[in-house]
Design a protein. Structure first.
Lengths: 337, 540
């Protein structure tokens, strides 16, 4: 049900984008109010969420260690999976963020003849990595619309992305990968019973929204050509805070724009905040050096203890009878006398 | 026989996890904490009740207490707030939890276990949840949710296996700890945790052994070690001015097979002439407070540094125990330090400075012994362990909360000649839990334990069938207490032992009499086995 609702929600957004541009007021809303509002919500929301995490202290030193610790000099340490230095942590975080190191460990458990078999399972890792890198590449390519003149490295990225040189306009590999990866992630969410069981409206909504953005973008580039010049003019004017009303913007572009704005505005309220959160995860971004350096808990407070003196008083006679030394030997003797 | 008792099946999850209703049944739940234990510790809402009761006698303002407790913890723990926010429900953790694998109960998937808490967080602490309710993944906080929390936060051993696979490092142990803290606020505790905590607070150890009983146990072990070796082995108690305070889990001196590990420690310390003492006040390394709340953890842990200071030792040595080492490694210094009254640990025999324990001043016995062996300070006869075909179970906390992986393996390779690893994705950081940690190791909970322990047993069965393994070694007191039952059920014929039990067997001591039995009193097999030959494949 939640899958259906989220699909309907995304379709409603698409329809609003396609139809919204028919009236003057609708055009103004879609091209002026929505982009700036979405951008503002994105920036403010993102900052608030990250700051709320950052303001919460890390009271205890709780890295999950995934390899050999640094202990005796002749034992080889797993410097990345169980880092003990800042550089190690940096490498571990880079591996997590750029290569999805932990997801790479994934395996799949299944029962066969009353045995548990643990098999390889790298598709989730591959799908997730492909999706994220393709999305990043596409985002960077979009910079050509916002910057004039187009930076050389953006042109370079484009050439790289289109190196297959198929078709005109040239096919971008990132577009293919993004669509394939999204389709796989969506398929997996439906197909895997465990994942389907835990999936919420928001999980499907994020996927459908991204899919709709990708599809509308691909349509505009390869099938229903839009006037790229006017799009660029519009984007530049937005970026320069001097928005102009452009009649030439097609309904498909307006739908694409509305979907992207929705994604931006929705992001701070959603699980998509993992893109900021991953940097702050205390099981990953701390060095495993808690016995070498004292970690400070800012709210450490004194607790009620059962002190040695209280303990000795309670068990005094038994301690003496058992011949266990007391804190003050003379006091013990006096008592037995 | 065993097929009738428990069938492990994997079936696709059915139903809607948002329905909080839970059926409690005997054999698969933990009994409630006795009122006397909560009262002794000064904890809220002591009363007589059981999870099977329909009325849990919660305090009238329980909902307010829980929500206020959540709010406070969201402010105090970045881990909690972050882990509530960033899960994308990718499901990578789902089949990593031994309780899910063993029970096929979908709420035992780590992601679902966390969602039980997240749904409340979203409903009461996020804008979208407050506005959109269940559409944004929110749930109402009802008494049924409390019962559900009790059920599922006491079906998690805080082993952190899921956090190894999570792309964001979301650690279910953190969430379970928060869940249990919140339940503690309204008096919904289990007795298997709270009785040891109350005991430990009062007497110094979980088992409630009073000082004279402690001395009896230690003396008994020292006598037995003396008999085995023909030497006069002693174990000093509460001796001021010793160089080292030795702290072990109380099961080592009160339960088998832990006891053989204790014999191993005593023999090792005697042979090298370690200037040490044990303490009757700090007679517990383990910390069941860790399984209820951070505050109780701190209250119990405090006695170790206090006692080290009182006795005037230079540094502290810790025995074989799992969660004990998570607390010592990741919490003790922060909670009860700084230990500026101690010195940086130096092995008096090898001169090795334990730089990795420079601040906490507490060294793991496996680090200590591995260092001794590496420097040739011990004479070892591994053939005395030839009657064992050995494998090693990485105990969760030393593996995933510390990274103590190679030290015990190095020792095992030196003291035994027939060592076989279990499959790669069931050991080291990917080790499966015994299924009884974090206070779940009680007999009334046997079904949950057997189910949760199944993946571990499955890997043991593999090496038993392939290599004839008959001894599972480990460095955790809860493992030693609960794995024998588990293996008897799933893999009959495999015993459980400690690393230092094998050290004790292999240790050639100055002036000792000839050994004919191992520490368990079983005859040695050394005469029967060729000195080499079938050994080459063993250390692969």
């Amino acid at each position: 049900m939640s899958a259906l609702y989220s699909l309907l929600a995304v379709l409603a957004l698409v329809a609003a984008g396609l139809e919204g541009g028919r009236t003057g007021a609708g055009r103004d809303a879609l091209t002026l109010i929505v982009p700036y509002a979405a951008f503002t919500i994105f920036l403010a929301g993102f900052c608030v969420r990250v700051l709320r995490w950052a303001w919460a202290p890390v009271p205890f030193h709780i890295p999950t260690t995934c390899g050999q610790q640094k202990s005796l000099p002749w034992i080889r340490q797993a410097k990345v999976d169980n880092p003990s230095s800042k550089w190690g942590v940096l490498a571990r975080m880079a591996a997590e963020i750029l290569l999805f190191r932990s997801l790479f460990r994934n395996n799949r458990a299944r029962m066969a003849e009353k045995r548990l078999i643990l098999g390889e399972s790298k598709f989730l890792w591959l799908g997730a990595l492909a999706f994220h890198w393709a999305l990043l590449l596409i985002l960077l390519r979009h910079l050509r619309l916002f910057i004039q003149p187009v930076p050389a490295w953006v042109n370079g990225l484009e050439r790289l992305d289109g190196f297959l040189q198929i078709g005109a306009p040239q096919l971008y590999i990132s577009d293919v990968i993004l669509l394939a990866a999204l389709a796989y992630l969506l398929y997996r969410r439906f197909r895997d019973p465990a994942v389907r069981y835990i999936s919420l409206f928001t999980d499907y909504f994020a996927l459908f929204l991204l899919l709709a953005i990708a599809v509308s973008g691909v349509l505009m580039r390869y099938f229903v050509r839009v006037d790229v010049l006017s799009v660029k003019q519009f984007a530049l004017s937005l970026a320069a805070f001097r928005p102009v009303d452009l009649r030439a913007l097609s309904p498909l572009f307006l739908a694409h724009l509305l979907l992207v704005c929705t994604l931006a505005a929705y992001l701070p309220f959603s699980k998509l905040m993992h893109m900021g959160g991953i940097f702050l995860s205390p099981t990953r971004n701390l060095a495993n050096d808690s016995r070498r350096k004292r970690h400070i808990n800012p709210w450490n407070y004194p607790v009620k203890k059962h002190t040695y003196a209280e303990w000795e008083e309670e068990f005094h006679d038994k301690l003496v009878a058992a011949g266990i030394p007391l804190e003050d030997e003379d006091a013990g003797k006096a008592h037995t006398d | 026989m065993q097929e009738k008792l428990i069938q492990i099946e994997q079936e696709p999850p059915r139903g809607d996890w948002r329905d909080p209703h839970v059926e409690f049944h005997k054999g698969a739940m933990c009994y409630s904490a006795a009122a006397k234990n909560l009262t002794y510790l000064g904890l809220p809402n002591p009363r007589t009740w059981q999870p099977t009761d329909s009325n849990w006698k919660l305090p009238p303002d329980w909902k307010k207490i829980i929500l206020a407790g959540m709010k406070e913890r969201l402010k105090k723990y970045r881990s909690f707030r972050l882990f509530m926010d960033i899960c994308v429900r990718c499901g990578a953790c789902a089949d990593k939890c031994q309780f899910y694998l063993g029970s096929a109960d979908p709420k035992n998937m780590p992601v679902a276990r966390a969602e039980l808490m997240r749904s409340i967080y979203r409903r009461y602490f996020t804008l979208t949840g407050r506005i959109f309710g269940s559409l944004a993944g929110g749930r109402e906080l009802t008494e049924d949710v409390i019962k559900e929390w009790y059920s599922y936060y006491y079906q998690c051993t805080e082993c952190r296996r899921c956090s190894v696979y999570c792309p964001y490092g979301i650690d279910t142990a953190e969430i379970t700890m928060m869940g249990r803290e919140l339940l503690t606020l309204i008096g919904c505790n289990i007795n298997w945790v709270m009785e040891p905590v109350a005991n430990c607070y009062r007497t110094g150890n979980h088992l409630g052994i009073q000082p004279h009983g402690f001395k009896d146990s230690i003396d008994f072990a020292a006598n037995e070690a003396s008999e085995i070796t023909g030497l006069k082995i002693e174990a000093p108690i509460n001796r001021k001015g010793a160089e080292v305070l030795f702290v072990m889990p109380s099961a080592d001196y009160f339960a088998t097979p832990h006891y053989y590990t204790l014999l191993g420690y005593l023999m090792l310390f005697h042979q090298i002439g370690l200037d040490y003492t044990v303490s009757a006040y700090a007679s517990e390394g383990g910390n069941f407070g860790f399984f209820a709340s951070h505050e109780l953890m701190k209250r119990l842990n405090a006695k170790i540094y206090d006692e080290a200071k009182r006795l005037g030792v230079k540094w502290i040595l810790g025995g074989e125990c799992g969660h004990m080492w998570r607390v010592l490694h990741q919490y003790m210094d922060t909670m009860n330090g700084p230990a500026d009254f101690l010195e940086v640990p130096v092995s008096p025999f090898t001169g090795t400075v334990f730089e990795n324990a420079r601040s906490t001043k507490m060294v793991h016995i496996c680090e200590f012994t591995a260092d001794l062996i590496h420097h040739g300070k011990l004479k070892l006869d591994p053939s005395r362990n030839d009657h064992w075909r050995v494998t090693y179970h990485d105990s969760c906390n030393p593996a995933r909360g510390m990274g103590l992986l190679e030290e015990p393996r190095y020792i095992l390779h030196q003291v035994s000649r027939r060592f076989h690893e279990m499959p790669e994705n069931t050991i080291r950081e990917q080790t499966f839990c015994c299924g009884s940690g974090a206070g779940l190791g009680t007999d009334e909970n046997l079904e949950v334990r057997l189910r949760g322990g199944f993946p571990r047993a499955n890997a043991v069965r593999y090496v038993k069938q392939k290599h004839g393994v008959n001894l599972l070694t480990c460095i955790c007191a809860i493992d030693k207490a609960t794995l024998p039952t588990l293996l008897e059920y799933w893999v009959p014929g495999v015993e459980v032992g400690g690393v230092h039990e094998l050290v004790g067997n292999a240790l050639v001591m100055t002036g000792e009499k000839e050994r004919t039995t191992d520490l368990r009193g079983e005859p040695l097999a050394s005469a029967a086995l060729p000195a080499s030959g079938e050994m080459e494949a063993v250390h692969a």
